[in-house]
Design a protein around this ligand. Structure first.
Ligand code: ADP
Length: 426
């Protein structure tokens, strides 16, 4: 049952011939369409006054004296665009019938040739058909709007992609340009510290050391920017080689031991038994672990420990780096892997971070088919976990237990490579 048929059906009849009007009334009564009300008008001008009434169907005599049949139909259709119109005519004119049907009439009935049953059926079908047409029109309108929106969004996406590309190129060029002079500064400061221009006073040494350290930070940021620019430009191609994961982590911990010792922090390392070779890009993965281990120390107070563990399961290898540091709040946790994102709590402890390391690390791990996740409680510490799938995990010799980190401290040990290169230049 239709909604229109539930309430009183309002039928609007435009007929200038009294006899025909009476006949239609009779047929409607006979048809027993249910609870229906009818309104008759003789002239089109009378319709304007009725156009606010909810009309369910219009029975329209096309041959009114004022206008041509087509003009009559067009006018009524424009006043009641959502109402089905059934055309009534005294002439059996196929051409006219086809034209008004094309213009949107729901049916074309020739007076004197139809009875109550036909009229009832025509009214019901016309109402349903018109509703479907309106639904289709609405859907088409919606779809047109969506198509337009999609086109606008696609345009916008293309524009943003262009802007992003331009930004990447800019960052890449700017970083390259910054790196060269910054490296020269580093070399000259290193030479001064080495005593190439004579002994330094304590005060001079302190000044130059500060400049040297600032320059190092500057170079680190430039390197981060360059690495991310290369990654975003799709220029990072993995060169996988079988890599002993125990040895890789052991060597990273060894390289960072001075920094940890300076903060009176300990790194505890639990390698996997038996050791496995992982088929990874050792250079890139080294930088991933370096960054996460460095963060673990950087975002932790003095006298704390960092635990590095490797475990192997059916899916792959899991490397966990757990600290007892400042932790990450729930509010900050969703943004850490985004470019240039830093947790609010981290600024006091390490004001110079770029917020690029974790983004880069995540992308590199993803390229390996792996994933980085973390678990953290503000004030209690964090555990960063890197899961790498078994791509070519073959057991190799079982290593002896690797020692904990206890190496001695040497203030300029980290400059050894620079010193060597300076000596070579001499
Ligand atoms: P950076 O350390 O240079 O700021 P990263 O991308 O490596 O950049 O890290 C992003 C942010 O994640 C850091 O600024 C810090 O807020 C947070 N973070 C990373 N590691 C830790 C950690 N172990 N403990 C607490 N916060 C961390």
């Amino acid at each position: 049952m239709t909604r229109a048929s539930k309430r009183q059906l309002n039928i609007f009849i435009v007929e200038d011939n009294d006899g025909d009007a009476r006949l239609i009334s009779e047929l409607l009564r006979e048809a027993a369409i249910g609870d229906c009300s009818t309104s008759f008008v003789k002239e089109l001008s009378e319709m304007q006054a009725l156009d606010t009434a909810p009309v369910d169907v219009i029975l329209l005599d096309l041959h009114l004296s004022e206008l041509s049949p087509i003009a009559t139909f067009k006018l009524v259709n424009s006043i009641f665009p959502k109402t089905p119109i059934i055309v009534l005519t005294g002439t059996d004119d196929d051409n006219l019938a086809a034209r008004v049907m094309r213009l949107g009439a729901q049916d074309y009935l020739i007076k004197g040739t139809f009875g109550a049953h036909t009229l009832k059926r025509s009214i019901n079908y016309s109402i349903e058909r018109k509703k479907s047409q309106i639904r289709i029109l609405r859907a088409e309108k919606k779809s047109r709007k969506l198509t337009l929106k999609t086109m606008v969004l696609r345009d916008e996406a293309a524009r943003l992609q262009e802007t992003n590309k331009a930004k990447d190129v800019f960052v890449s060029i700017a970083s390259h340009q910054l790196r060269t002079p910054a490296t020269a500064v580093k070399q000259y400061l290193g030479m001064l510290l080495e005593g190439y221009r004579g002994e330094l006073t304590d005060e001079q040494r302190a000044f130059i050391t500060t400049a040297y350290n600032s320059n190092e930070r500057q170079l680190k940021i430039v390197d981060d920017l360059l690495r991310v620019a290369r990654l975003d430009a799709g220029h990072v191609i993995l060169h996988r080689t079988p890599t002993n994961i125990n040895e890789l982590l052991q060597s990273i911990i060894r390289d960072q031991q001075d920094t940890f010792l300076n903060r009176h922090q300990m790194v505890h390392f639990s390698p996997t038994h038996p050791a496995y070779d992982l088929n990874i890009d050792a250079d890139n993965m080294r930088m991933v672990f370096e960054n996460i281990l460095d963060n673990a120390g950087k975002y932790s107070p003095e006298e704390t420990s960092v635990y590095v563990t490797i475990s192997v399961n059916k899916q792959g290898t899991t490397i966990a780096i757990k600290d007892q540091g400042i932790g990450i709040s729930e509010a900050d946790s969703h943004k850490l892997f985004q470019k240039f994102s830093r947790a609010d709590s981290s600024f006091r402890r390490a004001p110079n971070g770029s917020g690029l390391g974790l983004y880069w690390a995540q992308e590199i791990v993803k390229l390996h088919g792996g994933i980085i996740t973390f678990d953290s409680k503000l004030g209690l510490g964090s555990t960063f976990t890197i899961d790498l799938p078994h791509t070519a995990g073959l057991p190799i010799s079982i290593p002896s237990t690797l020692p904990l980190q206890t190496a001695s401290h040497d203030a300029y040990q980290s400059n050894a490579r620079l010193k060597k290169s300076l000596r070579r230049e001499q």
